[in-house]
Design a protein around this ligand. Structure first.
Ligand SMILES: Nc1ncnc2c1ncn2[C@@H]1O[C@H](COP(=O)(O)OP(=O)(O)O)[C@@H](O)[C@H]1O
Ligand SMILES: [Mg+2]
Length: 244
C-alpha cells in the first residue's frame, strides 16, 4: 500500500484557495504501455515527495460509495445507486450494448475526472509544489499531451512487458494483444517522450533515472493557476529566478 499523500482525495472547487491566487507549477505526464511500469514509477515519484495524480484511481474513487459521480449517475440511470453505493452490475446492464447510454455515462464521468485533475494540480501548486506528475495511462491516445510541460515514458523491452502482463491473474494472450492494439506503440511513445525512463534494468536504475528527470523537469517553464497563457510568460520567468 502507498501511504496516503496530502495531495490525494476528491476536492470540490470551493475547498480551494481564493480564485485570484496564482501559483506556478510544472505539469509532467507519466505514461507508458501496459506493464511498462507506470504504477511502480508513480510510487517512486511519490516517495520523492512529488505529487502524483492517478487518473485510474480517480475514476474509481468518483464511483466508490459516497463518490461525487454517484448523484449525477443516479439522476441519469434511476435505481442504480442505493444507500450511496453504486450497483455496478445494474449500471453495467443499463449501458451494455447501448452506445447512447454509454455515451451519457461517459459525459457524466469524464468531466468530473478532468475537474479532479485540474483541482489536484491547482491544490499542489497553491501548496508550493514546483512540479506535479499526472499518471495518465492513455496520455498520447487522448489529447492530454497538449496540456503538459513534459512527458515521462516508462519503457522496457517487449519480452519483459509480455512476461509482466502475462503474470497478472486472468490475463490471456488474446486480451494482451487486444490491449496493445488500442495503445500507441511503445516506439512512438518513446519518440514523443521528454525523458524515457528505463524499467527493464531493475528498480534502482529506474529510481535514479526518475530522480534525474525530476531535477531537470522542475526547471521547465510552468503553468500558472488559474491558467492564463499571457500571465504565464511573465510569471514563469519570475518562478525560474526564484528557484535558482
Ligand atoms: N522499474 C522496474 N524494475 C523492475 N521491475 C519493474 C519495474 N517497473 C515495473 N516492474 C515490474 O512490472 C510489473 C508491472 O509494473 P506496473 O508498474 O504495474 O506497470 P503498469 O502500471 O505500467 O501497467 C510490476 O509488478 C513489477 O514486477
Ligand atoms: Mg498500472
Amino acid at each position: 500500500m502507498t501511504p496516503p499523500s496530502p495531495y490525494d482525495g476528491d476536492t470540490s472547487p470551493a475547498e480551494l484557495g481564493e480564485e485570484g491566487e496564482v501559483a506556478i507549477v510544472v505539469i509532467v505526464g507519466l505514461t507508458g504501455s501496459i506493464g511498462m511500469g507506470k504504477s511502480t514509477a508513480a510510487k517512486m515519484l511519490r516517495s520523492m515527495g512529488v505529487p502524483v495524480y492517478d487518473a485510474d484511481a480517480t475514476v474509481h474513487r468518483l464511483q466508490a460509495p459516497g463518490g461525487l459521480a454517484l448523484p449525477p449517475i443516479e439522476a441519469a440511470f434511476p435505481g442504480v445507486v442505493k444507500n450511496r453505493v453504486l450497483d455496478r452490475q445494474a449500471l453495467g446492464a443499463r449501458v451494455f450494448g447501448d452506445k447512447e447510454a454509454l455515451r451519457r455515462l461517459e459525459a457524466i464521468v469524464h468531466p468530473l475526472v478532468q475537474q479532479q485533475q485540474r483541482l489536484f494540480v491547482r491544490r499542489a501548486a497553491l501548496r508550493g509544489a514546483p512540479m506535479v506528475v499526472l499518471d495518465i495511462p492513455l496520455l498520447f491516445e487522448g489529447l492530454g499531451e497538449r496540456r503538459v510541460d513534459g512527458v515521462l515514458v516508462v519503457s522496457a523491452p517487449a519480452f519483459l512487458q509480455r512476461q509482466r502482463v502475462m503474470a497478472r491473474p486472468g490475463m490471456t494472450a488474446e486480451k494482451f494483444a487486444g490491449i496493445l492494439r488500442l495503445q500507441v506503440p511503445d516506439a512512438v511513445k518513446r519518440r514523443k517522450a521528454t525523458v524515457v525512463i528505463p524499467t527493464g534494468l531493475g528498480l534502482a536504475p529506474t529510481r535514479t533515472a526518475l530522480a534525474k528527470a525530476v531535477r531537470s523537469l522542475k526547471k521547465k517553464r510552468g503553468h500558472s493557476w488559474p491558467s492564463n497563457p499571457w500571465r504565464d510568460r511573465f510569471t514563469a520567468r519570475l518562478a525560474r529566478a526564484r528557484r535558482k
